[in-house]
Design a protein around this ligand. Structure first.
Ligand code: CDP
Length: 219
C-alpha cells in the first residue's frame, strides 16, 4: 500500500503523514527532508544553492541516515530546499531512493509536493492537503515562536507566499494535485479532525470504512 500526501508549506501534511503511517503500520518518508538535506550539505561546505553540479553531487551522495537532523527543520532550511528542488537533475537523483522506499513492504506514506504526480503515480490513495496562506503562516509562526525563533506573522506569511509561488511555478514537478487526488482542506480543521478525515478517506478507498464530509474530489 502506498499513500501519497502532497501539499504546500505548513499545510500540516507532515504531521498528518506521520500519524497515518503509525495508524496503518506503514513506513513514513518526509520527502522534503531530502531537499532540505541537500541544501544543508551545500551550505555547510560553503557552496551556493544554485551551483547545479555541486547540488547534483550532494543529492547523489546524500546519506539518508542524516534525515532526522533537527537542523533540517530550521527557519531557513525550507527556503533553501525550495531553491535546490528547482534543479531537475537534483530531483532525478532523489527519485530512485523515494521509489525504493515506497516499494519496501509493508508499504509507505510519503509526504511532499510531487508524490501523487511524479514519484508514485500508482499510489493507492492520494491526498492533497491544503489550507489558506494566512492559516498556514499562523501555524508556522506559532511553531517557530515555540522553538524560540523570533519571527513575525507577517514575515512568515511573506515566506509562505513566496515558497508557494516558487514550488507551483517551477517547470519540473510543480506542486499541484494529481488529477485523481482528493483534496483535504484543513483551514478550519485541527490536527485531530484532519487525521480523522484522512483515515476515513483511506479506509473508504481501500474498502474498509465510510467517507468523510471534509474531503472532496480535486477534479
Ligand atoms: O514542511 P514544509 O512544507 O514547509 O516543507 P517541506 O515539505 O520539508 O519541503 C521543503 C521544500 O522542498 C519545498 O518548498 C519544496 O520546494 C521542496 N520539495 C519538493 O520539491 N518536492 C518534495 N517532494 C518535497 C519537498
Amino acid at each position: 500500500m502506498i499513500i501519497a500526501i502532497d501539499g504546500p508549506a505548513a499545510s500540516g501534511k507532515g504531521t498528518l503523514a506521520k500519524r497515518i503511517a503509525a495508524h496503518f503500520g506503514l513506513n513514513h518518508l518526509d520527502t522534503g527532508a531530502l531537499y532540505r538535506a541537500v541544501a544543508r550539505d551545500l551550505l555547510s561546505r560553503g557552496l551556493k544553492l544554485d551551483d547545479v553540479w555541486a547540488a547534483v553531487t550532494a543529492a547523489r551522495v546524500l546519506d539518508s541516515r542524516t534525515l532526522d537532523d533537527p537542523a533540517l527543520r530550521g527557519r531557513t532550511a525550507g527556503e533553501a530546499a525550495s531553491i535546490v528542488a528547482k534543479i531537475p537533475e537534483v530531483r532525478s537523483a532523489l527519485l530512485k531512493f523515494q521509489r525504493d522506499f515506497a516499494a519496501r513492504p509493508p508499504g509507505a506514506v510519503l509526504d511532499g509536493r510531487d508524490i501523487g504526480t511524479v514519484i508514485c503515480p500508482q499510489a493507492d490513495v492520494k491526498i492533497f492537503v491544503t489550507a489558506g496562506p494566512e492559516e498556514r503562516a499562523r501555524r508556522r509562526s506559532t511553531e517557530l515562536n515555540a522553538a524560540g525563533i523570533a519571527i513575525s506573522f507577517e514575515e512568515v506569511l511573506e515566506q509562505v507566499i513566496m515558497r508557494d509561488k516558487r514550488d507551483s511555478e517551477r517547470e519540473i514537478a510543480p506542486s499541484k494535485p494529481a488529477a485523481d487526488a482528493d483534496l483535504l482542506d484543513t483551514t478550519h480543521l485541527g490536527i485531530d479532525a484532519s487525521f480523522k478525515a484522512a483515515v476515513d478517506l483511506i479506509a473508504a478507498k481501500t474498502g474498509l470504512a465510510g467517507r468523510s464530509s471534509h474531503v472532496r474530489r480535486a477534479h
